[in-house]
Write a protein that binds this ligand. Structure first.
Ligand SMILES: [Zn+2]
Length: 103
């Protein structure tokens, strides 16, 4: 592993990078490997979704009212999920554009 000087994709300042995914910018403290950041967010959303799936899963024993209630919440949950996904995609694209401009 060798230390190299790279431009931070977050603040555009020069910083040291050792090729490690855990390396952070010395200026703004953000992770230099933006792909790691993307993976972390993706993992977090997936984990959150799985947990909530268990909680709001409609069981055969549920009554009419419970089904409606759970269906209603599931709708909001999916909306929130897609909003998060759109923001995630937007931030990823934005970071790619910024790193292209900074290069
Ligand atoms: Zn920085």
């Amino acid at each position: 592993m060798s230390t190299s000087e790279i431009k931070c994709p977050h603040c555009g300042q020069w910083t040291m990078w050792q090729g490690d995914v855990d390396d952070r910018c010395i200026n703004c403290g953000e992770f230099l490997d933006s792909r790691r950041f993307s993976r972390e967010v993706e993992k977090k959303i997936n984990k959150q979704l799985k947990t909530e799936d268990d909680y709001f899963a409609i069981k055969p024993t549920d009554g009419e009212l419970t089904r409606m209630f759970k269906g209603f919440f599931n709708f909001f949950r999916w909306s929130a999920y897609y909003v998060q996904l759109v923001i995630f995609v937007f931030v990823t694209i934005l970071m790619a554009i910024i790193s292209l401009l900074a290069a």
